[in-house]
Design a protein around this ligand. Structure first.
Ligand code: NAD
Ligand code: TYD
Length: 352
């Protein structure tokens, strides 16, 4: 199979490409990525010489380029991960989210519709988020039929893209599958997201900014589990169907941060000033902060036989070990633009 992976230089994309390249030596895997602040060729460095991997730098909104790639490389499947993906950035500046997540998905769908006809077919696998379903209270789970209720510019833009993908199946008969997953964690995640941010700041003895009361709940999915689920849905999922993917690992943010502090104390060694939990700083809440996400992953288990393999404690330990051993990778992320973002997102929050 010839596959195009959009956003393959990002967190989940790079893990997925590594998984697919190893699992399917006969597949040709082409990555299309614009290399925004979140895209990093270092995350794919070990694949550079793999014969079944190719990298193309380009924007998913460039419909002409995508059309050409689909036709010339005889692409038979698109796994679409390219996106602006960070909620806090969408609050600071929503426009890029609409441009990439909505118009970018539209451009890909149009390219696919143009090329995959007259006997040529291909599958469009759209990777989305559980955040499109909104926020849960203390109980309940998101299923594939939960009504959409996105609350942030990020989740609203992902919701719009999900609707477009659905519409292209119903209207044009495009072979699409959509997966909505919970919060991923693991190696190669950009250190603006909760877990890598806390690992990096804990390592460096910097304040650990916990939003609000720290009791918001996320359902943590180890990235390798997610990649295996995508692999399964891509190859075995039913056209037009949606599959929720979750880790069965609900945790309050404060409990995640405590666990990170304790593991960094253990793995990096204690600090003379005392345990790293002392660095936890409650800061002003994120506007519109969703309280709880939790996935009911019964459908993908019953229909395709997928279940997560990693429990949170093992996954977190492995993730922290990875970050502590990949200081160069992490240092390369922290350039001037990262510092500017950090400043604008957290300055007002620490001020209370
Ligand atoms: P990421 O931010 O780490 O990576 C995004 C990648 O997309 C980067 O390599 C970036 O360069 C690329 N990109 C951005 N705009 C582009 C454009 N216009 N053209 C081409 N490439 C572009 O994101 P991630 O965490 O790996 O998430 C991947 C996908 O999974 C996203 O669609 C996201 O919405 C979804 N998702 C992520 C999570 C999570 O916890 N990380 C959870 C649910 C869903
Ligand atoms: P994040 O990693 O941004 O993922 P998402 O918003 O997509 O769930 O955040 C995970 C949770 O951690 C979320 O409830 C917000 C919270 N959070 C903090 O408390 N402090 C932080 O510095 C960040 C980045 C997130």
């Amino acid at each position: 199979m010839n596959l195009l992976v959009t956003g393959g230089a990002g967190f989940i994309g790079s893990n997925l490409v590594r998984h697919l390249a190893a699992a399917y030596p006969a597949h040709r895997i082409v990555v299309l990525d614009a290399l925004t602040y979140a895209g990093n060729l270092r995350s794919l460095a070990d694949l550079e010489n793999a014969p079944n991997y190719h990298f193309v730098r380009g924007d998913i909104r460039d419909q002409k380029l995508v059309t050409q790639l689909l036709a010339d490389l005889q692409i038979e499947g698109i796994i679409h991960l390219a996106a602006e993906s960070h909620v806090d950035r969408s609050i600071l500046g929503p426009e890029e989210f609409l441009q990439t997540n909505v118009m970018g998905t539209f451009a890909l769908l149009e390219a696919a519709r143009t090329v995959w006809r007259d006997g040529r077919t291909g599958r469009f696998h759209h990777v989305s988020t559980d955040e499109v379903y909104g926020s849960l209270g203390e109980t309940g789970y998101f299923t594939e039929t939960t009504p959409y209720a996105p609350n942030s510019p990020y989740s609203a833009s992902k919701a719009a893209s999900d609707h477009l993908v659905r519409a292209y199946h119903h209207t044009y008969g495009l072979d699409v599958v959509t997966t909505n997953c919970s919060n991923n964690y693991g190696p190669f995640q950009f250190p603006e997201k909760l877990i890598p941010l806390m690992i990096m700041n804990a390592r460096d003895g910097k304040p650990l900014p916990v939003y609000g009361d720290g009791r918001n709940v996320r359902d943590w999915l180890y990235v390798q589990d997610h990649c295996e689920a995508i692999d399964l849905v891509l190859h075995k999922g039913t056209a037009g169907e949606v599959y929720n993917i979750g880790g069965n690992n609900e945790r309050r943010n404060i409990d995640v941060v405590h666990a990170v502090c304790d593991l960094v104390d253990e793995l990096a060694g204690p600090q003379p000033e005392g345990p790293r939990r002392r660095l936890i700083t409650y800061v002003k809440d994120r506007p519109g902060h969703d309280r709880r996400y939790a996935i009911d992953a019964t459908k993908i288990r019953d229909d395709l036989g997928w279940e997560p393999r990693f429990n949170f404690e093992d996954g977190l330990r492995h993730t922290i070990e990875w970050y502590l051993h990949h200081t160069d990778w992490l240092a390369a992320c922290i350039d001037g633009s990262y510092r500017d973002y950090y400043e604008s997102n957290y300055q007002g929050k620490f001020d209370g």
